[in-house]
Design a binder for this molecule. Sequence first.
Ligand code: NAI
Length: 489
Amino acid sequence: MVDNAGQPSVSVSDPEAATAFDVVVLGAGSGGYACALRAAQLGLRVALVEEDKLGGTCLHRGCIPTKALLHSAEVADAVTHSGAFGVLAALTGVDVPAVRAYRDGVVDRLFKGLTGLIKGRGITVVHGRGRLSGPRSVLVESADPEIAPVELTGGAVVVATGSVPRLIPGIEVDGEQMLTSDDAVALARIPVRAVVIGGGVIGCEFASMWRSLGAEVTVIEALPRLLPTEEPASSKVLERSFRKRGIAMKTGITVAGVDRVDAEASGTGPTDVRLRLSDGGELLADTVLIATGRAPRTDGIGLAEQGVILDRGFVLTDPLGRTGVEGLFAVGDIVPGLQLAHRGFAQGIVVAEVIAGQSPAPVRDELVPRVTYCVPEVASVGLTSQQAEERYGADAVLTLTYDLGGNGKSQILRTQGHALLVRRVDGPVVGIHLVGERVGELIGEAQLIVGWEAHPDDVAALIHAHPTQNEALGEAHLALAGKALHAHA
Ligand code: NAI
């Protein structure tokens, strides 16, 4: 139950063993392990409690395996469209076991690397399910009844238990045809006819991936557009592209119910799920993905009992991760805001530094970059035009859209899209919104521009390599600075 990870060994079956640490971290996902690594780096004695594998959702069920699958889908697209580049190739099939082996290879290598890193930093990993037994203590129970529970105490306890897929009341998930994203990422087949409920980040990524791998796909989104929290212009380009790719979309619609039909008897082909829609319509599918958000995993871990304030299951904290209960911190998806691995990671580092007595700057959600890795990619940082207008007044905000049609590399890649900048009049750029293939890789520059409160002139003065898609950011800022060379703005 306990790994000796280089520190004095702790055996939970040995009640005499040392169980006092400077920091006990509950949950070894991105937020938890980042906190543990930073705390150890700062010289603190750290215990990291995890009931599953080190790395959490991001490494085993989320970011990493889905992006590997999306890369296989991208390769399939490259083959399908190779003729447009003068290369004669045909997609004759997708070897699903080989795709899975590739995905697992990526995850395994990263998992080994992370395990080694944690061990190398002298962090004590305690395997089992942890629950707060006091504000500064965690009781860890093993799945193995032979192993006695152990109570770990810490100068501080950091809760980083993450999130789970949110389900729709009345709609059962079976892991075979009715899926959460956990099931979808592990699926051993490519759907024939898929319905994706929820046109947010997960919905758009799976819709895109399955379509590239040959499935018929329909996305159902309750709100009026896909990726409803992104800049409306990004959703528009994405929807146009999805439509061109043959992905059907039903927006402003929800699912009223799901029935099973006998596919053979009904002669509907490989479609034994019937979805009844809120507009009275129906859809048949062999695979349904429910991607309607993620819920915080905070039940049954003793938070309320210790006096922590919860709001619909989320832990309320101050900007430095403090829960209000002395010595008890929370990071990651259980804290209201963007549920992104890199946000949790950054919060984990901040909390470790606070515990070590440092004065780090808090994580500001609006400076956390966001990327949806579908085709085309959608990436953004900072405020949307609407948020900027609400904050500064409509007259105090300017937007500029630079079409990728004017960007050489985007033409070479045959991708369409744009860079949309939001700036305060006579002030800095406060939001950047990108859509187009590979634009996720441009978000690094965009986040520096917004994070460092650059003015268009500051960026316009910087030389961008030619031909790159980054040039689009350079040109957009030249245009916003009134110096457009290629008048696509
Ligand atoms: P989401 O909040 O991004 O999207 C859920 C969508 O479902 C929303 O657009 C919502 O309007 C819609 N919806 C809710 N109930 C519905 C219903 N009954 N019928 C139809 N539509 C309904 O959540 P999602 O996509 O499940 O992702 C969960 C979290 O994981 C997000 O916070 C996301 O940012 C994160 N994530 C991030 C990734 C990335 O950074 N690339 C990849 C995957 C997940």
